[in-house]
Write a protein that binds this ligand. Structure first.
Ligand code: NAP
Length: 527
């Protein structure tokens, strides 16, 4: 079992007790009493704190962190050592002692003597690096176990890149429940969830976001509801969204809700991969070299869709024809022997959204006159689908050269953006990011150019209803929401990931609700 531990970090006993109650209510499985946070800490306060924590029935760790390793209140070594010794006498289940201090003979011997007197208390030996990864992580664990074989060995370090997390996964694979390995920072978030699959002794979570004691700590609610922490086991398969940024993406909420609805032992993670092709390649090399992590597929978003295609091509992996034509892969599936397959579900998602709204089959797009605004990644996917169906597409883009290149590639037309006033299209597709949150008061074209006979499709889905779509509705045009394209591509990904049909009602409901909550101000909801 991997305990979901909550640090209790109040400045006084009253706030500690409130935090303990809130942690219990939220579903904490272990409490870490960060006694170094308490102002004027002494033996009486420690005894009262331990007593109230014990009332919960949860196992407790007593920590009195050295300020050199992230501790508060700059407590001197004597006080810190005495607090730990006292905690052992008061039957704390575990104490956490920095390995650097434990190695100092007098400090270490005192702790060892206290533990010898009370076998009920276990020792966590810990090492922290808030600046970056440890160079010699493996030897740190080896030394800790050599010096105190019954210890639980813990290292927590800042992951400067998601690729820094793999060293922690290797440690957990090797030592399982005898170890704790945590990667701090946004890129390390996944280490807190994957810890459970690898049977780490514990992972930390906070009750409220503002109560986290380390960067990247998730709330218990997110751990339990979004990432189904309670259900993760050694058979769990991982999926995820590779991109930069990913923090505010709705992908993890949406895909995890669909996995949960189908009772699948699969979890979808936010995978912040900074950098370009080199870092992307390194990430996939790391994943595919560790089949035991059970990563089985990825959604790929900005800025890595082209890198995903190039990686798959370099490795001689199978890439579906549409993805090659578009020049971008937004879905990777990992199969037997860690071989990859690349797909692009943006195209199918967009074509479904458009044709379902118009009540037509894809082939009925033949000869339809389409104006496509934008020449980026979304435009490529949509133009590929439209041209394939025989639509007559004209590309309008701010950077003319890109419009020209794309038009040449897909054998369609291009025009200057200012020619849009003469637009005679039956279908208008916005593939620019104009109108996207937070600049929601912008629209790619003046409302006068929208005609009632048009179908207006905005790929932007945050907010749910863009200014362009509101104006198109007012003009009497038929509108197609970007969220429908999102839903379409996510449904295809679900099928590629699971070989099952996506629970569409769940996908649609969760997508719309999440987008509403994230991007619409209350006065706009439903308006
Ligand atoms: P991208 O590759 O960066 O392309 C952005 C496009 O927008 C380019 O054509 C760019 O023109 C244009 N643009 C950006 N700011 C502009 C401005 N201020 N004025 C005029 N043109 C501007 O991005 P992308 O991946 O294609 O994404 C574009 C939009 O599609 C995003 O809003 C995204 O949310 C949406 N999208 C939706 C889905 C979905 O599932 N619904 C999927 C993918 C993308 P230049 O070439 O001149 O820079």
């Amino acid at each position: 079992m991997t305990y979901l531990a909550v640090p209790i970090s109040g400045k006084d006993l009253k706030s500690c007790k409130e935090q303990i109650a809130a942690a219990c209510k939220a579903g904490a499985e272990m409490l870490e009493l960060r006694t170094d946070y308490i102002e004027g800490l002494d033996g009486d306060k420690l005894a009262e704190l331990i007593a109230s924590a014990k009332e919960t029935g949860l196992p407790i760790i007593v920590t009195c962190r050295d300020s050199a390793q992230g501790g508060q209140n700059n407590l001197n070594p004597f006080v810190r050592k005495q607090i730990l010794i006292e905690a052992v006498k008061l039957d704390a289940d575990l104490i956490d002692c920095e390995y650097a201090n434990f190695k100092k003979q007098e400090f270490g011997d005192s702790i060892k003597n206290a533990l010898a007197e009370n076998k009920k208390t276990r020792l966590i030996l810990s090492a922290h690096n808030f600046k970056g990864p440890f160079e010699n992580l493996d030897s740190i664990y080896e030394q800790m176990f050599t010096d105190f074989p019954d210890a639980i060995a813990k290292a927590a370090y800042l992951a400067k890149h998601i690729n820094d997390c793999f060293a922690a996964f290797d440690i957990l694979k090797k030592y399982g429940s005898k170890a704790i390995a945590i990667c701090m920072g946004q890129t390390g978030v996944v280490s807190r969830i994957i810890a459970k699959k690898l049977d780490a002794f514990l992972t930390f979570a906070s009750v409220e976001e503002d109560q986290s004691t380390a960067q990247g700590q998730l709330t218990i609610e997110k751990m339990k509801k979004t990432y189904r922490f309670g259900e993760i086991n050694n058979k769990t398969e991982f999926f995820g969204l590779i991109g930069d940024p990913v923090e505010h993406s709705i992908g993890p909420i949406v895909h995890n809700a669909c996995f949960a609805a189908e009772k699948l032992n699969k979890i979808y993670l936010p995978l912040l991969v900074n950098g370009g092709q080199i870092e992307f390649d390194e990430f996939l090399d790391n994943v595919t070299a560790r089949g035991w992590l059970d990563f089985r597929g990825f959604s790929v978003t900005l800025p890595h869709k082209v890198s995903a295609l190039e990686y798959a091509q370099k490795k001689g992996e199978y890439i579906e024809l549409t993805a090659i034509q578009i020049g971008a892969v937004n879905t990777l599936v990992i199969g037997t022997n860690e071989r990859l397959t690349g797909f692009n579900t943006d195209c199918g998602g967009a074509m479904d959204a458009l044709t379902i709204a118009m009540g037509i089959k894809r082939k009925q797009l033949h000869n339809k006159i389409v104006a496509c605004l934008g020449a980026g990644g979304a435009a490529r996917a949509i133009i590929a689908g439209l041209v394939d169906a025989g639509a007559k597409v004209t590309i309008y883009n701010r950077t003319i050269l890109k419009a020209q290149q794309l038009a040449k590639e897909f054998e369609c037309h291009w025009a200057n953006l200012d020619e849009i006033k003469n637009i005679e299209a039956e279908i208008l597709v916005n593939c620019t990011s104009i109108g996207m949150f937070p600049k929601t008061d912008a629209s790619p074209i003046p409302k006068e150019y929208i005609k009632p006979s048009m179908v207006v499709f905005d790929t932007v889905y945050n907010p749910l209803e863009t200014l362009l779509l509101r104006q198109a509705k007012q003009a009497g045009a038929k509108v197609v929401n970007g969220s429908e394209m999102y839903i379409g591509q996510a449904a295809e990904q679900f099928k590629l990931f699971t070989h099952k049909d996506c629970p569409m009602d769940v996908l649609r409901k969760v997508t719309i609700e999440t987008l509403k909550n994230k991007y619409l101000t209350p006065d706009r909801i439903g308006g």
